[in-house]
Design a protein. Structure first.
Length: 561
């Protein structure tokens, strides 16, 4: 774009923006951020991007900043806006790809702050395969409510308490004013912090960079260093697909399980793998979950938040004990240019902290997230078991079916359900929603009513990383394509065993075949626009709910053009 006589018009545009001759002929580095004013998750990203640009310039590159969209789950939760959340992951990846392709940038530093923006940015890096570094915008600080630390999770659950008279309107008003005191993404091991942890474990982020809260000044050091290091990767031609291998994906799944992370990782890791042409579906993720101990005592099921993990030793402390006990592959390359084991060589165990346990002395021997399979979910399902007593990992009860989240939330709000029931929310999958909404408003309301351990909830949609209780998501095939969940009727018995990894609908195959004869697809309610396009293109949750063939269908990669 900048070299040779025929590119004189192109160079004139760069001169118009104040670039010097030297800057024009240096490598052009895209600095992409998901900055917006929608939520605190993203508000600090533009400032951090300026520091990244200084690092790029100091190392002999020319930074070119641009922004992409973000849909923030906390703001979109519990209403029609949540249909846009997962779709935004694809739009982020696509828009970063198009900006990089259109302007022929040589490398990429990507900054993201909220749930879907993290995997979306990493997917773009792998799709483009130019030297890249990922930077997390950092977590929010915990709030304080009458001397007790709180997060937005407490606020969602407070809505449930208010609905049954267990919290006054005045208390709810006070809590909402103090729950979120700073910039940054939701502070516990919800989806944003889970995927930030993944960014270090998978090798795309600098060590310790995922843990520092957004307001901490040390974030500027990580941003400056990322700008400099991407130039080193460019010089050495170290690319994202050199880093994200099958072993690196297994490392990422291990840290999710060990930290009691979000079930959404079982959707995003297959999508990230898809961009590399690696087959790593929900069952592959679940296999790693099953063999990994749960060792980080983090909310929503534990006691601590991301700030506490960072101050105890950060993600490297968690990874070091996993590596020492054989749960990570130490030979994986990272953006430092060194292997994971080399990065962790100097990390010392911190005996003064109790946020992370040693991997041979876990909170529980199986990871905090479990995969399920059975006649109700032939393509699998996922459940977070962190914080659930072992004896409560088996549940059987009659189905109470709802064809939308709103219908279930209305029933929960008015207590029109029975203890012991299995609440079924369907037609909320990737295609059927469309958009595979999260159900935090409903699950938090149940928990706030004191019913979190007295019912089970299954859906072909998703759950927030803040969800707790016996909640099974990603049931596939989804109802919209005629999956078994579409055939469930009120009163059918459903048996879930998270210890054995099974989920069964106790209805005969003959009866299900008879029901299938009368089943018909349902319209989504979207006849045009982005959600319509998404519903036409999106694939199954098992493979990451992706919208294109990925690297397997690639004829040439952008990095090689």
């Amino acid at each position: 774009m900048t070299e040779g006589p025929e590119r004189a018009p192109h160079r004139s545009y760069l001169y118009a923006m104040g670039l010097t001759r030297e800057e024009i002929h240096q490598p052009l580095v895209g600095v992409a951020s998901c900055w917006n004013e929608a939520a605190p998750c993203n508000i600090a990203l533009m400032r951090q991007a300026q520091v990244v640009k200084k690092g790029v310039a100091a190392a002999g590159g020319t930074p070119r900043e641009f922004c992409t969209i973000t849909v923030t789950d906390g703001m979109a939760m519990g209403h029609e806006g949540m249909k846009s959340s997962l779709v935004s992951r694809e739009v982020i990846a696509d828009s970063v790809e198009l900006t990089m392709r259109g302007h022929c940038y040589d490398a990429l530093v990507g900054l993201a702050g909220c749930d879907k923006s993290l995997p979306g940015m990493m997917m773009a890096m792998l799709r483009l395969n130019v030297p890249s570094i990922f930077i997390y915008g950092g977590s929010i600080l915990p709030g304080s409510f009458r001397g007790h630390p709180v997060t937005v999770q407490d606020l969602f659950e407070a809505v449930g308490k208010f609905s049954v008279g267990a919290m006054s309107a005045a208390d709810l008003d006070e809590l909402e004013m103090v729950a979120c005191p700073s910039a940054g993404a939701c502070g516990a091991q919800f989806t944003a912090n889970t995927m930030a942890t993944v960014s270090e474990a998978i090798g795309l982020a600098l060590p310790y960079s995922a843990g520092a809260p957004a307001p901490y000044e040390i974030r500027d050091r990580f941003c400056d260093l990322a700008g400099q290091m991407v130039m080193e990767l460019l010089a050495r031609n170290i690319r994202p697909r050199d880093i994200v291998t099958r072993k690196a994906l297994e490392n990422a799944a291990s840290v999710v399980a060990a930290s009691g992370g979000s079930t959404n990782a079982a959707l995003h890791l297959p999508a990230i793998a898809h961009e590399c042409g690696i087959d790593f579906d929900l069952f592959a993720v679940a296999e790693v979950f099953e063999r990994t101990p749960y060792i980080a005592d983090l909310k929503p099921s534990g006691r601590y938040v991301a700030k506490d993990l960072f101050e105890a030793g950060g993600v490297p402390l968690l990874m070091k004990t996993l590596l020492e006990h054989g749960f990570l592959h130490g030979d994986c390359l990272t953006v430092t240019g060194r292997t994971l084991a080399e990065n962790l060589a100097g990390v010392k165990w911190n005996p003064a902290q109790d946020v992370v346990r040693a991997a041979d002395k876990p909170i529980s021997p199986t990871g905090g997230v479990v995969g399920l399979k059975g006649n109700l979910a032939p393509d699998g399902a996922i459940v977070k078991v962190a914080g659930i007593d072992q004896e409560k990992l088996v549940f059987e009860g009659p189905a109470h079916c709802f064809d939308s989240e709103e219908a279930c939330f209305e029933a929960v709000s008015n207590r029109r359900y029975q203890p012991g029931s299995v609440l079924v929310i369907r037609y909320e999958g990737p295609r059927g929603g469309p958009g595979m909404r999260e159900m935090l408003a409903t699950t938090a309301a149940l928990y706030g009513q004191g019913m979190g351990n007295k019912v089970a909830l299954i859906t072909d949609g998703r759950f927030s990383g803040a969800t707790r209780g016996f909640c099974i998501g990603h049931v596939g095939p989804e109802a919209a394509v005629g999956g078994p969940i579409a055939l469930v009727r009120d009163g059918d018995m459903i048996a879930i065993d998270a210890r054995k990894g099974t989920i069964e609908l106790k209805v005969s195959e003959e009866e299900l075949a008879e029901r299938r004869k009368s089943w018909k697809p349902r319209p989504t309610g979207f006849g045009s626009g982005a959600l319509y396009k998404y519903a036409q293109e999106v694939g199954a949750a098992r493979y990451g709910a992706v919208t294109h063939p990925g690297a397997a269908g690639e004829t040439r990669c952008y990095a090689d053009v």
